[in-house]
Design a protein around this ligand. Sequence first.
Ligand SMILES: Nc1ncnc2c1ncn2[C@@H]1O[C@H](COP(=O)(O)OP(=O)(O)OP(=O)(O)O)[C@@H](O)[C@H]1O
Length: 737
Amino acid sequence: MEITLAPRIPGDVHDILNFGMNLAHRECRSTDTFPKHSPTIFHDKHLDENYILKRVISLPMLLTDLLNFANELLESVKEFPKPSFPASATQCYPVNDLNADAIANHYQDSISEACCYLASHFALHSKAHRWRNVLSWTQLDDSRRCLFPLPRARAKRRLEEDHFVARKWSLVLLRNTPSVAIDVLTSDEQKTWKYLSDCSEKTELAVWDIFSCTMSSDYIFESIRNIAQKSTKEKTKIPWNRPNTKGFRIEHVPFNRCPDAIRTPWISESRRNIPVSVCQNKAYRCSEASDCNIGTSQLLPQKPVDIRPLDSMNKEHIDVGDEPSNISAWGEDYLQRAWARAVDIDATFIVFHRGTTEIICIRHRASQTLFISDIIETSANYYGKLQTALYAAILKDRAERQEIWERDHPPTAKVTAGKKRSFNHVESDNSGRMRKRRRSNSVGADPIKNTLRSPLTLKERCEKLELAIVSLNYSWQRSIIPSLFIRRKFEGREFLAPLSVQPVYPLASCLRIDVKSWIGRGTSGDAHRGTLYICSDEKQFEEVVVKVGRDDYSRQSMRHELQIYEHLARAKVQSVPHCYGFFEDIESKDSPYILITSYAGESLASIQRREYLVSNDPVVIPKSQHPAFLRSLAEVHAAGIHHRDLRSPNIVIDKNGKVSIIDFDLARPYITGQQRKHERKRMLKLLSGESVDYDRTTFRDGNCCDDCSPGTDHKTSEGGNGEEEPVRAYSEPPYTS
Ligand SMILES: Nc1ncnc2c1ncn2[C@@H]1O[C@H](COP(=O)(O)OP(=O)(O)OP(=O)(O)O)[C@@H](O)[C@H]1O
């Protein structure tokens, strides 16, 4: 009989496995409050089902499972590594300000780096003398969090939130091959390595939310634990608001999800709680409508996006007392956000860490369930072992899921170019239908068809329609049920009448708008691109821009913009988009307002940016093309409109070369000759690639424009007697912004 002696664990490995975090915890600062809680808003109602956490289950056994897994790994190790490990910091951490980043740095230095080495060794190449690390716990590039220029107040709030929770850390897979002959590895290790090699460089493997070490984060952790315990006991589902729109038949179209690992031991316990229907290994097809996406597919974003499905940034700060019972909603919020991030990077493990305590969660994709451990004390002397097991589990889980995926999707010899489906890009089931419709009715693409079908007819027909049915289909937004918006009209500065909604609208009286991409964010809201048609007639449609605003400021500026567009339409100005109207969501007063205009092409800013990337030189528009730009501006001026925000994002050019001026939220309905000259000069500067911006630091009255130096008055600066009669667009008192 062969007797295998347990290997002697070297001292440095022993130190890591028996590491307990030593973090002195001071009283929280008096100013410490929760970041804003974010109730469900319009965009949340249109979230892709995959991004919604449906239930949570408490899994107290997770800790034991992971420690047992660590023991199994240790037993299987034939030789322990002999490199010099990053030392685990055992000294007490200075606690001046335990903000989220300080906690993250401490976790990284004290234990994470060492665990990356150990877990790589145990899970991948336990027999090799010389080996490399394949894991790195890293702060990710922060640039994706600042995609949009934020107004100062929102940027400040974001900073406050960053202070409380850092979301930019993750475990990353490195693609350097281990310097070890592959035949030294056991067959299991070879398999794991093969499947991990198929992942791309710097694949994010798990989600970490690192909290500041304060009383508030302590409350949040308790809240998470309580939510898990309560919903496990009562078998509750997390409720999710949807639009209340009636009369839309919801079709249940099952689809294949990315797989969940099944054999992994650490979810053996959890599997008992997952409904059998969604736990079958084979195809991960959802079987009940309530448990899966309806009519949608798993479409992972192509570009990294800042996932904030619960848009707390736009919500009022809600202070809570020190009562932990008040804060269950906060815990749910953080769980939901972490779930959404995990969906985005297709991660199974989510870790909440706050220095002295930690919670580990496992995401089950098919049932959209999160299994939640108890609160783990990081000072326990098995914490190092637990983290090593966690990292190895994450690696194994990734490899196993890749194995399942490749088994279920064997490479087909013949893949037609352009039809290849990538791992993370599955087309939505109705996209083919939409493409077909667009091909056969490509208004805008074919000028002959345009004239035959006269887009004006659609515009004219739309003028009388009161109801707009809006659904979102881009990035993580994928409406199951559309929202209803009702047309709003104004008299002077106020709404003409209170919102009145009829019980039933015939399809022929409804506009339908499919929002399909995000264009940009301005001061009055987000601009999206979409397709507009009338419900009863899908044959005619037009590309539109839908500006979505939520607050009072955006309502005011959209109202003003609508008024200017209406005037320009009456004056038959051709060089501006057609405005379809201003609509309001009928569901609640928190819901947004939308302003719909026709899509008028790509902005000068975006063309110049694109060209600049190629040539690296400021982009100059050829002189021969200047008249088209100047004519468009002159047309607007001739109608008595002073734009006052003439910048390259607000000049758009369609594919036939037609130049339009957009964005009239700052415009004034009267203009002097001097102001006209100034805007013309500004246009020429923009065309020659000069970057010109407005000085909005001083208040300008109607006699000045923002291009004048402060103190200049058009009336007095004019030659002759200085008198100049402004052209008035309409006889309202001048609008002051
Ligand atoms: N009708 C349109 N056609 C083409 N692109 C458009 C249209 N309307 C808006 N856009 C694009 O969307 C972006 C944002 O829209 P817009 O500038 O109107 O928003 P805003 O909130 O008024 O912004 P701002 O801060 O400039 O006032 C614009 O820069 C432009 O590129």
